[in-house]
Structure formats: C-alpha cells, structure tokens
Write a protein that binds this ligand. Structure first.
Ligand code: ZN
Length: 379
C-alpha cells in the first residue's frame, strides 16, 4: 500500500552513533539481545524507507508547516546547525533507539510504529479525537483558547475555525488504533488483531513509544477550517529556550493566516496561482502567512507583542524549514520569511495608533506589493 508522503523536515543528524559502531551485528534472537547488551539490533537494520498500512491524505487544500518522522539517514543538514536541529536530532535518535530496544526483528513492526503511528495521530487530530486540550497535561488549554478568541475578534472570524490539539497519549489508546485500522486500512480482522498486538508490545516495553514528541509534531491548516498544532512541535521549540506561550501564539497566528487565505481562495489575486504545490506557489502563500503573522502578533489590538520578542520566535520557526528550492514544501528562506513578517509588523505599526485593523483584502494587497522586495531583498 502506498503510504502518504509527509512533508519531511530536514533534520540534522550530526550526532555520531559512536556507541553503536561496535554493535553492528544483528542478532535475530531477542533472548540473546536481552542477555547481552552488546548484541542489540543496529539501526543499520532499519530500511531507509518503509511502507505503512494506512492510505490517507488530508482532504482539501492544506498548508502543512510542521511534520516530523524518524529519519534513519545520518546526513548533514542543508540548513546548517541550529539549536532546534540539535533538539530534533536528539528525539529522532531516541525514537530509533527506543524502537530498536523493543524490536524482535519483525519487519512489520517498522510499518506500524515508524509509519502508521504518525498517520494515526494525524487522522486523530483531523477527526477530533482527543483534540480539546493543548499541552501534554492540558497546561496550555486556557492560553490557547484565549488566543483563539483574540484571533477570531481581530480577523472577524468567530466560530469559523476549529483549533485542535495533538497528543502522544492518543496513541496509548489501543481501541482507537484498532478503530483506525478497521476504518482507514484494508487489513482483515485477523490482520487488525496482529497490528494492534504489535502496537501493544511497543507501547508496553518502550519509554519512547508513543511518548516521543515526534508523534505529536504536526502543524497544519486545512481548507475545511481546521488548524492542528501538536504538543511535540511546541515542546521541542520551547526546549531551545523559547517561551512556549509565544511559540503557541506564533504557530497559531501563522496557521490562522492560511485560514484567511483559504477563505479568500479564488478571490485574492496572486502573481502565481495559490496552493498548486509548486515551490513558487508554496513560497508565496507561506510568506503571506508570515506577513499576516507579523501584522497580528505586533498589533496593539492583536497579539500586542513587541517586534523584538516576535522576531526571536519567528526566526526559530523559519530555521526549521527546508532549504531546497526544488522541494514543493519550500517555505522561503529564513531571511525572506523574517522579512515578510517584519513588513507585516511595519504595516501594523503604521496603523495601530488609531487602533485601526485593515481589512484582509487591504493586507493582502499590501503583501503583494511588497512581495518582490521580500524575495529579492533577501537574496
Ligand atoms: Zn504555513
């Protein structure tokens, strides 16, 4: 079965696995692996690509900003070393090593734990399973709800957008995993039992599965009016020293920007068509979402943050993005994105003394006018 292709963020896997270099031998006998810590399965036994059991694609128009899956390839990042790349490299390796430590060399387990789990938690977010809270312990629920009300008021979009949390704990629910296999895969009842058995084994024996933040690292907006923000993407960014509340606000404001684009889809004019998946198209809509983010976050009637505070957080987001111009997921270079947000801030600063909030159309027009200098000026 063909597995949904997720947008892969380039990860820095700079950590060399020195401790594994002597452990290359693959033991096919789990008992001996338990007996002898030197005879563990090596990550070299994991194929570079695997297929899951679920065919799934987010319906409608979508803007996928964050999504992490394990990356078994140790290769230098095109985007250079950043604090965030170090954090994601750490969790990537923890996930792979956590998988291997519970692995009995059953290759089907790769498809379940390292493929399906990501898809299952994406479906969970989109169908509204366990999505009413934010933060692993619900510690940001009130904050996010307040922020959503602020965005609704600012953009005059009451009750149009559903903002949903995503949690690794959802994957502890074996009945839910069973439900997904029954409804979103072609597995027979016997096969479903078998796949759920694999899930049970790893959930019971590994402290990374499903606890690893990669399993709740989605950040996307869909034209069905849904925004999904996983705990994992926020917590990993916060681990680099950022204020988690500003991280929540920054991601929310950006995804809300995509919702404004979806609302005006077909009416707003662009130099190239929006949401057609080409690098130019994606870069343009992403830069506009950044422009709208800078406008809202710094506006006195919006996020009320000063620009310096916003700049630090946004630059961290922008350093996450891929650096490949060929990729359809290209979001713009960090400098272009920061410039887009800064132009949004400048627009807000020029208006907010009078407490004025522009109509989205006027902000869109202002962005289109600035787009050549945003792209060109940063090159
Ligand atoms: Zn985006």
């Amino acid at each position: 079965m063909k597995q949904t292709k997720h947008f892969l963020v380039a990860l820095t896997l700079g950590l060399t696995l020195a401790s594994c270099s002597k452990d290359e031998a693959i033991s096919a006998d789990p008992a001996s692996a338990d007996m002898n810590e030197n005879a563990v399965y090596s990550r070299s036994a994991l194929p570079a690509t695997t297929e899951g059991n679920i065919t799934w694609e987010i319906p409608g128009l979508k803007a996928q900003d964050f999504s992490f899956k394990y990356n078994n390839l140790v290769e230098p990042s095109e985007c250079g070393a950043t604090p965030f790349n170090s954090v994601t490299a750490y969790y990537n390796n923890a996930l792979i090593e956590g998988f291997i430590s519970s692995w009995d060399f059953n290759r089907d387990a790769i498809g379940v734990i390292l493929e399906d789990y990501f898809t299952i938690n994406q479906i969970a977010a989109l169908i509204g399973k366990n999505t009413d809270t934010f933060g692993a312990e619900g510690e940001y629920t009130a904050y996010v709800q307040n922020r959503v009300r602020s965005l609704e008021k600012f953009w005059n979009m009451s009750d149009l957008i559903s903002v949903r949390g995503q949690h690794t704990s959802t994957l502890e629910d074996l009945d839910f995993i069973r439900f997904i296999y029954e409804n979103f895969s072609e597995a027979t009842p016997d096969q479903v039992d078998y796949l759920v058995g694999i899930a049970n084994h790893f959930n019971t024996t590994s402290d990374q599965i499903p606890e690893n933040p990669f399993y709740a690292s989605d950040g996307f907006a869909t034209s069905s009016g849904v925004i999904v923000i996983g705990d994992g993407i926020v917590s990993m960014l916060a681990e680099t020293g950022l204020d988690p509340k500003v991280v929540w606000s920054g991601i929310l404001a950006h995804e809300w920007g995509h919702q404004i684009q979806f609302q005006n889809y077909g009416n707003w004019e662009y130099p190239v068509p929006a949401f057609i998946g080409t690098p130019e198209s994606t870069r343009m809509t992403e830069l506009e979402a950044d422009f709208l983010t800078g406008y809202y976050l710094t506006h006195k009637r919006g996020g009320t943050y000063n620009w310096k505070r916003v700049e630090d957080v946004l630059l961290s987001f922008y350093n996450i993005g891929d650096c490949g111009f060929e990729s359809s997921g290209h979001h713009g270079t960090p400098l272009q994105r920061l410039e887009a947000a800064r132009q949004g801030y400048i627009l807000a600063a020029s208006q907010q003394k009078a407490g004025h909030i522009s109509e989205p159309q006027a902000i869109h027009d202002a962005f289109i006018e600035k787009l050549p200098s945003i792209i060109g000026g940063a090159l």
